[in-house]
Write a protein that binds this ligand. Structure first.
Ligand code: KG4
Ligand code: ZN
Length: 337
């Protein structure tokens, strides 16, 4: 029998709700983004994010049900992101979902935000089945994950310092491009030379696939300072393209090595940075040589949304992974829990 899951997401600066059928078919996907509110501060202000989530969540959930043409009675379970993320922001979604599920007498499924990002690929690629390797690169995380099953994940690599998206946002800020930086760097880099500067590609140690992006970030910032001190003009497009080239080189090579180590022939991309055009092109080209297929969701399912949470919640539902009213927000939740 078909299962309809209502997903709720509020871990950062998007208040989102969606209805997804059988983990793969999106019936509605409502995203109320707060980007405009946070833009003038150059990043997400947690207190503003929480307040805005409170203001919008009820209308967003209502709209998701309306757009799907269903009522809460038709829903089989309520899935909600309970971590990782900003604690105040997460609490809004978790409290709302608990109250909603309790009032409607529906089961509550707790969802890990990063597992949600990975699940976006189940929506975009109906034929996708585990095992596969997923590169999850977002504003807060950079992981290479082995999806062993729909609900079982093993971390093969993580970042030791900055997340890839965080580095994109920081470099965009120093180049004066605005927030969020990833899409702006992606766009500007199209007019630049990716080999104009050789920024570092860091390998923590030879036995580890872990990432480190603080070195490339510092190297770009030092280079810009030097130009400024010498009164030289910055070619922003060349800097953007060379920086992006360095980051995507590392993301691609480590991911392909992970596939070789685990003998996996499918790579999925997830998270906001998975919308990066250079990352998609490079990963596709390099994987082709290795006979590995590459999948990625459309941009709207890469950045934060609740359809991915509902999809992930569906697999949790099938696995009887339910929460009671003691469910709390866990800001630094591990993916292997
Ligand atoms: O997954 P997401 O929406 O939120 C988190 O869970 O963090 O990711 C947001 C991040 C931001 O750092 C943003 O700059 C980055 O994804 N991003 C991109 C692109 N689109 C979004 N980075 C590089 N290229 C893009 N096209
Ligand atoms: Zn996210």
């Amino acid at each position: 029998m078909d299962k309809l899951i209502l997903g709720i997401e509020s871990s950062c600066d998007e208040t989102a709700a969606a209805v997804v059928k059988n983990g793969r078919e999106v019936l509605s996907n409502v995203i109320n983004t707060q980007i405009e509110l946070h833009k003038k501060y150059g990043g997400v202000v947690p207190e503003i994010a929480s307040r805005k989530h409170i203001e919008s969540i009820d209308a967003v959930v209502g709209e998701a049900l309306d757009n799907a043409g269903v009522t809460i009675n038709d829903i089989d379970a309520v899935a909600v992101t309970y971590g990782p993320g900003l604690v105040g922001a997460l609490l809004v979604g978790v409290s709302y979902a608990k109250a909603y599920a309790y009032a409607a007498k529906k089961p509550l499924v707790p969802v890990h935000h990063i597992k949600g990002h990975i699940a976006a690929n189940f929506i975009a690629h109906k034929e996708l089945e585990p095992p596969f390797i997923c590169l999850v690169a977002s504003g807060g995380h950079s992981h290479i994950v082995l999806a062993e099953d729909y609900t079982k994940f093993k971390i093969l690599a993580r970042t030791r310092d900055d997340a890839a998206g965080e580095a994109f946002d920081k470099i965009a800020r120093v180049l004066g491009l605005g927030y969020p930086g990833g899409p702006l760097i992606d766009k500007l880099a199209k007019d630049g030379n990716p080999d104009a500067f050789k920024f570092p590609r860091v390998r923590i140690d030879k036995d580890s696939l872990d990432f480190s992006f603080s070195g490339v970030k510092t190297s770009v910032i030092n280079y810009l300072h030097k130009l400024e001190q010498n009164g030289e003009v910055v070619n922003k497009a060349d800097v953007a393209a060379s920086f992006q080239n360095a980051v995507t080189d590392v993301l691609c090579t480590h991911t392909i090595e992970a596939c070789q180590m685990y003998n996996i022939k499918t790579v999925a991309l997830a998270g906001g940075v998975a919308s990066n055009s250079n990352l998609r092109d490079k990963m596709s080209k390099l994987c082709k040589k290795e006979n590995i297929s590459v999948l990625y969701p459309p941009p709207v399912l890469c950045t934060d949304n609740a359809a991915m949470i509902a999809s992930c919640g569906y697999w949790g539902y099938l696995n009887n992974d339910f929460a009671d009213l003691s469910l709390n927000a866990v800001p630094s939740l591990s993916i292997e829990d």
